[in-house]
Design a binder for this molecule. Structure first.
Ligand code: LLP
Length: 431
């Protein structure tokens, strides 16, 4: 099995960042998310260095939605990362992690007046998604006596090979302003005193394993920038969004482009195009998954096994903690943590504890013999894992542990039943 360098097998036992998974599960309980900080930081530097050796002004904005834990934002902030934020919550967390307001971009197709007011107050640039939003932001900015730097999110209408639910640059997507209408949007923005158009933004989708769509998107962006510059707009940044995929299949030789291959493919298009126009704006990217996905495993304990029409392994984590398999038919590799060097013995379907037939973490997997009490590790759960979790079935969310340079510590305690009920209130006629 191909494993990333921080995940190892010693005497048949699975380790992350040098820590035995069984020991971590004993110490912190299960289910448990465990993240290796060094892995995230190494990937962040790979991204920034590969881009920065090819282009003079580069910013890596981590897509906070992938994993919004404050510790991860802080670790990245310390290395100089900014963030793509998609809500007031993500914005506030990124700032409290120590990121500079100017290193954030407030994205999203449906921001409230309150969201926009927060961006204005904190001095965070906004990626504007509609003319309606432009006018609200203009008004909010003028009321605050500010001029807010903006980009428009362009919908480049590209057909990207990924799951339809995570392809965001299709012509039919809810995101962005259609490519053909974008120049008019900038014209409108130039009339607004409360905003200053300084950037352009796109994001074509997620879990993309082919570089060609990124190259295409870069071409579209350059083409638009050429017209914007001719209109008299000073473009200070071009933001290409995120979207680079990772290899989720470790049993076969699945490959994803590395940050280097991404930079090699995309930067020449940007460099040449912008060079011809005669400008050198900042080049921003917004990776989420490719920075954090493989840093993390989800440890889950086997409650029972059952031979029925299928061979079920019933574990203590379900789509309440990892919704990707149920939502996108996503594949996550599963390893029996204490039997990592054993040959497969049976075909198992790993099912969660949620009251839905769709609560399957992994279907029809060849695994060594699994018994009650065994510990399973679900790989590549650092992106859109905990961040998409819920309390469905009144299940408190689990803890998250961070490992770093031989240390392990909680970065989130497990929720309790009291945490579930704390915000609930009985209306007066029921109390
Ligand atoms: N920038 C913007 C504006 C985005 O909307 C996203 C992700 C990113 C950057 C980061 O994309 P990444 O590098 O992570 O592909 N929940 C889905 C993925 C949804 C992605 C949403 N937008 C999943 O679990 O596959």
């Amino acid at each position: 099995m191909n494993l990333p360098p921080h995940i190892t097998v010693q005497d048949g036992r699975l380790k992350i960042g040098g820590f035995d998974c069984g020991d971590l599960a004993e110490r912190y309980g299960t289910p448990l998310y465990v993240t290796d900080q060094d892995r995230i930081i190494a990937l962040f530097h790979a991204y920034r260095n590969e881009l920065a050796t090819r282009y003079p002004r580069v910013k890596v904005l981590y897509a906070a939605k992938a994993n919004g834990n404050l510790a991860i934002l802080r670790a990245l902030a310390r290395e100089g990362a900014g963030a793509d934020v998609f809500s007031s919550g993500e914005l506030t967390l990124a700032l409290s992690a120590g990121m500079a307001p100017g290193d954030l971009l407030f994205n999203g197709s449906s921001k409230s007046r309150q969201d926009l007011a927060l961006a204005v107050e904190k001095g965070v640039p906004v990626s504007v998604d509609s003319l309606d939003e432009l006018h609200v932001l203009d008004e909010v900015s003028r009321q605050a006596g500010r001029v807010t730097p903006i980009a428009f999110r362009v919908n480049p209408a590209l057909d990207v090979p990924t799951h339809p639910k995570i392809a965001t640059g299709l012509a039919t997507s809810k995101f962005g302003i259609p490519h053909g209408m974008i120049r008019d949007a900038y014209r409108e923005a130039m009339k607004c005193e409360g905003v200053l158009p300084v950037g352009i933004h796109c994001h074509i989708g997620s879990q993309i394993l082919d570089l060609q769509p990124f190259v295409e998107a870069a071409r579209v962006m350059v083409e638009i920038v050429r017209d914007l510059v001719a209109m008299g707009i000073r473009i200070e940044f071009v933001d290409l969004g995120g979207g680079l995929g990772i290899p989720y299949h470790h049993q076969v030789d699945e490959r994803a482009p590395s940050p280097r291959e991404y930079a090699e493919a995309v930067v020449p298009v940007i460099r040449k195009g912008l060079g011809e126009i005669g400008i050198t704006p900042g080049l921003w990217v917004e990776p989420g998954r490719s920075l954090v996905a493989d840093s993390t495993i989800l440890l889950t304990r086997v409650n029972s096994t059952k031979k029925a029409h299928k061979n079920f392994v019933n574990v203590d984590a379900g789509f309440n903690l990892l919704v990707r398999p149920a939502m996108y038919e996503a594949y996550h590799e599963v390893i029996v943590a204490g039997k990592a060097d054993m040959q497969p013995a049976e075909t198992y379907t790993v099912a969660g504890p949620i009251c839905e037939s769709g609560d399957i973490l992994a279907a029809d997997r060849r695994l060594p013999a699994v018994h009650e009490g065994d510990l399973l590790a679900v790989l590549d759960t650092g992106a859109y894992g905990f961040s998409m979790s819920s309390q469905y079935n009144c299940r408190p969310r689990c803890a998250e542990v961070l490992v770093y340079h031989g240390q392990a510590a909680l970065m989130r305690r497990a929720e309790t039943i009291e945490d579930l009920t704390a915000p609930m209130q009985l209306p007066p006629w029921l109390s």
